[in-house]
Design a protein around this ligand. Structure first.
Ligand SMILES: Cc1cc2nc3c(=O)[nH]c(=O)nc-3n(C[C@H](O)[C@H](O)[C@H](O)COP(=O)(O)OP(=O)(O)OC[C@H]3O[C@@H](n4cnc5c(N)ncnc54)[C@H](O)[C@@H]3O)c2cc1C
Length: 423
């Protein structure tokens, strides 16, 4: 058989048996449709075109410009501007990806169709969905979408307004003010992300408003790379940062419009600038198409990322219920490549190829100060399993050269993953 992946081959025996349109079918390319042009979706589109140029690849994404969450925190201490973390889809178009600038409003897995907000529908042979997260409005009392205009979450970039609001509020704050954070329970997008943000806010304050303080109220008792972050905070910022765990009255139960964060035991913290990172779940398209379970996240087959609720639909990225895989851009990206391979294998009637998944996540703690975590995971039939002794975190101790190197590695990681998505 030729390597050409025609729809006739891909649709298997049943389609091949239809005599009349057989020739037409032989020539029709297999249709891979992808919902969401972020870390998972853009990578899937790019790799599908690189490895299977005979396939028709359509990417459905409403935005013309994708702003990355990674490196968004660096805007807060002025190391990056919005334009440096924004990308368009021209590179993917040049590779032959058809970009449909629209929102998917429903998935009909039985009919193999995705409905779009503009009224049309797109038919697929296999579908990859990587729509990211949504904020669980209503889960944290008082924190509404309207209030997020003045008390930003800055956890979904959209057009960049949220992170720029936070930046401007820091600029407007008086020297000596308190910046308050409300941090969520697991699972949420980017486990080390809030602590990198605290670090970079501290970096900004140290340079511009050194009498200020940070109060980080956390629903959890522990967090990602905790020892490394706390070592860095002490070394770089002295006693500027107070982190309060959930069991010491750190759990914020209500947010009030005047920037008062109220804990579960009723302690009231009125702060000058507040950043609330609220509870999250899978983006609307995953929830409204019946892909999620009661956790609000999408359960998938760990070997292929095929959604448990929808054969032929592969879900990757933050929307999945993939613990212990962290919700990171790096995981979304490499599991998206695997999902493409699995979708193609399934079109050929083959079993999914063996999976091995990776996470590498760098965090900036301050100038020339980077730390990282690495994890390697294998699928069993029913779960994602961390490969014993495979990963780890940066060494602790007074290691300025190591921190400087990792800060440079982080920049290299960002430049290369951005290319791997959009070029
Ligand atoms: C502050 C911060 C820092 C971070 N730093 C890092 C880091 O250093 N390293 C790292 O690996 N990860 C990092 N992350 C995590 C990373 O951003 C996410 O894990 C990653 O974006 C997940 O990819 P995704 O494809 O699931 O979702 P996204 O990248 O969010 O992409 C989802 C896309 O789907 C689109 N979409 C949604 N609904 C629809 C629909 N109905 N129809 C069509 N399109 C739709 C959206 O517009 C969006 O473009 C960070 C996150 C934050 C918040």
């Amino acid at each position: 058989m030729s390597h050409t992946l025609s729809r006739r081959v891909l649709l298997g025996g049943a389609a091949a048996g239809l005599a009349a349109p057989a020739i037409a079918q032989q020539k029709a390319a297999a249709r891979l449709v992808i919902v969401g042009g972020g870390f998972g979706g853009a990578t899937a589109a790019r790799y599908a075109r690189i490895h299977h140029p005979e396939m028709e690849v359509t990417l459905i994404e409403p935005k013309t410009r994708f702003i990355t969450c990674p490196y968004g925190n660096l805007i807060l201490d002025g190391k990056r501007q919005l334009g440096q973390i924004s990308f368009n889809y021209d590179g993917l178009r040049k590779r032959g990806v058809k970009v449909a600038q629209a929102s998917a409003t429903g998935i009909d897995a039985a009919a193999k169709r995705v409905r779009l907000d503009k009224g049309a529908a797109v038919a697929y042979d296999r579908l990859i969905v990587s729509p990211g997260i949504a904020i669980r409005w209503g889960a944290l009392e008082g924190y509404t979408e309207a209030l997020s205009a003045t008390i930003p979450h800055a956890w979904i970039p959209n057009d960049g307004t949220q992170i720029m609001t936070l930046r401007r509020q820091l600029e407007a704050m008086e020297n000596g003010g308190v910046v308050g954070f409300a941090l969520p329970e697991n699972p949420f997008r980017c486990p080390p992300g809030p602590y990198e943000r605290i670090s970079l806010v501290a970096s900004y304050l140290k340079k511009h408003k050194p009498r200020s303080k940070i109060l980080a109220l956390d629903a959890k008792e522990t967090f990602s790379k905790q020892g490394l972050f706390q070592d860095g905070w002490k070394a770089l910022y002295g006693d500027m940062i107070e982190w309060v765990p959930g069991n010491k009255d750190g759990r914020v139960a209500r947010v009030e419009a005047d920037r008062t964060l109220v804990t579960e035991f009723g302690t009231r913290h009125k702060v000058a600038v507040a950043n609330v990172i609220p509870p999250q779940y899978a983006a609307a398209i995953a929830r409204e198409s019946g892909l999620v379970d009661k956790s609000g996240w999408v359960p998938v087959d760990p070997r292929s990322f095929e959604a448990k609720a929808a054969p032929g639909v592969y879900v990757v990225g933050d929307a999945t219920n993939g613990a212990p895989l962290p919700k990171s851009g790096f995981v979304a990206s490499n599991t998206a490549k695997h999902a493409v391979a699995c979708a193609v294998a399934s079109l050929k009637g083959e079993a999914p190829p063996a999976g091995l998944y990776f996470n590498t996540c760098y965090s900036h703690v301050g100038d020339d100060y980077g730390i990282s975590v690495v994890g390697v995971y294998r699928p069993s039939e029913t779960a994602f399993v961390e490969v014993p002794n495979s990963g780890g975190v940066s060494p602790r101790g007074d290691l300025p050269e190591q921190r400087k190197l990792e800060s440079g590695y982080a920049d290299g990681w960002y430049a290369s993953i951005a290319k791997d998505m959009f070029s």
